[in-house]
Design a binder for this molecule. Structure first.
Ligand SMILES: Cc1cc2nc3c(=O)[nH]c(=O)nc-3n(C[C@H](O)[C@H](O)[C@H](O)COP(=O)(O)OP(=O)(O)OC[C@H]3O[C@@H](n4cnc5c(N)ncnc54)[C@H](O)[C@@H]3O)c2cc1C
Length: 419
């Protein structure tokens, strides 16, 4: 098969929250940018797995009646646009945590708009990167199948926002797997549910599910059903069914296939059970199922610095800080509910630029849920608000590097934009 070769200043791989922010940042900084995304729309897990709420955007606060953004800059702009286009607003949930509920189509629309408006970004959808090569510590060749045609890129700088550090790993960067750290989940929406249930929570539902699991009429996994906070309006209720973390003896491609098939097969008996046994679901109908299972953690780089659990818990600041994290550690492991680890209210930690930089590659930056972090720290840093912030930083530094400017200047600019 012949290939078309394209050059650009900055190649952004992956169009999730981090990739959208990175492409927009690099475009606004004046770089010629190409953004590659393997699906037919932008948003990543925010739209493919329909996770439903943005976390990591506002400081934790148990007293104030208004949400306080953790930082200025692009993440805030994105939230404001979502609020405008989707008639949503920040919502306080447990322990003073604030989230921003969103509708997946609105998230994809805003993503499209911000990328287009930056003026310098060529978006290529249905483009999957499967080869990346480095020479003299620089990634200088990337190949993608774009709608089954082969494209070759020769970028000056690369931002890997694949959620799995795929391009960095293909080009030889050291990485670690996080797939066994956390469980994945399938999000689905039921309609015609008692509208009061979203307020009351799932206590009554869990009681029935426990009974069903104990008497063998449902598999144990069904007890891991949880509400998507803020996603219950007009009788529509978004739920997530968490599975178990990856089996370390199984290749991830096999594991993901099993997860997708098993979780989808459970939806019909689960729905049927709820209709038959829980009055709030008497008339419930299955409205939609997320197109992709949500994989909470995957491969991540071992970078020049590694965000430590301790740095998150002590809300540590960094002189190279390029993004602020304010979400607690939230680990969805083997137990049905997440294990939460909070740090002080109204505080945040900073992520150093070096957590976005593979040791082996000079012109590559990673952002989002594949940056370099310890297991616990990643359960905080992966959320959408923080992914938007690290993506913005990675896009900015990549544009600076491609145009021959110093990374110190990029860090100074990012800190100014987000303070
Ligand atoms: C079940 C679940 C619930 C969650 N709940 C919340 C929540 O309530 N609030 C919150 O803030 N966060 C939540 N999260 C976390 C959050 O959704 C993700 O961590 C965040 O969206 C990650 O953004 P990202 O851009 O780093 O990666 P992703 O969203 O994974 O984006 C990566 C993008 O890269 C593309 N890609 C991958 N490989 C390639 C390739 N080889 N070539 C081209 N493109 C590629 C993918 O298609 C995707 O679009 C949840 C996650 C899960 C799984």
């Amino acid at each position: 098969m012949s290939t078309t070769t394209l050059t650009c200043d900055v190649l952004v791989i992956g169009g999730g929250a981090a990739g959208v922010a990175a492409a927009t940042a690099a475009g606004r900084a004046g770089a010629q940018v190409v953004l590659l995304e393997r699906y037919g729309f932008l948003g990543g897990l925010a739209t493919t797995a329909q996770v439903g709420t943005i976390c990591g955007m506002y400081l934790r606060d148990t007293t104030s009646t208004e949400a306080t953004p953790v930082a200025g800059g692009f993440a805030n702009e994105y939230a404001a646009r979502l609020q405008k286009s989707g008639t949503t607003k920040p919502l306080r949930v447990d322990q003073g945590l604030w989230v921003l509920p969103y509708s997946p189509p609105a998230f994809a629309r805003v993503a499209d708009a911000v990328v287009s408006e930056s003026g310098n970004v060529t978006v290529i959808l249905h483009a999957t990167v499967a080869e990346a090569r480095a020479e003299k510590s620089r990634m200088n060749l990337v190949r993608a199948l774009a709608w089954n045609e082969l494209l070759t890129f020769q970028p000056k700088a690369v931002v890997d926002c694949t959620g799995e550090a795929t391009a960095a790993a293909l080009a030889g960067a050291n990485s670690e797997t996080g797939a066994t750290d956390q469980s994945p989940a399938l999000v689905f929406v039921l309609e015609k549910v008692d509208p009061g249930l979203a307020e009351r929570g799932l206590l009554e539902v869990r009681r029935e599910l426990r009974r069903a699991v104990e008497n063998g009429s449902l598999p144990a996994i069904c007890e891991r059903l949880a509400l998507v906070p803020g996603a219950g309006a007009n009788g529509r209720l978004a739920l997530k069914l968490s599975l178990l973390p990856a089996n370390p003896d199984r290749a991830l491609w096999q594991q993901v296939t099993d997860w997708e098939r098993e979780s989808r097969a459970l939806l019909e008996p689960l729905h049927h059970f709820l209709v038959e046994n829980v009055p709030a679901f008497r008339n419930a109908r299955l409205d939609s199922v997320a197109p992709q299972l949500g994989v909470r953690s995957g491969r991540r780089i071992l970078g020049r610095a590694r965000l430590a659990d301790e740095e998150v818990l002590s809300a540590r600041k960094s002189s190279l800080g390029i993004a602020r994290g304010c979400w607690p550690m939230e680990r969805w492991g083997k137990s049905p509910r997440p294990e939460m680890n909070y740090f002080a209210e109204r505080d945040y930690y900073e992520i150093s630029l070096d957590c976005l930089r593979p040791v082996e590659l000079k012109n590559v930056f990673v952002a989002g849920r594949c940056l370099s972090a310890e297991t616990g720290a990643m359960t905080s840093a992966r959320v959408i608000g923080t992914a938007l912030a690290t993506g913005w930083a990675a896009g900015t530094v990549a544009a600076f590097q491609a145009s021959g400017h110093s990374l110190d200047d990029a860090v100074a600019l990012i800190r100014k934009q987000t303070s």
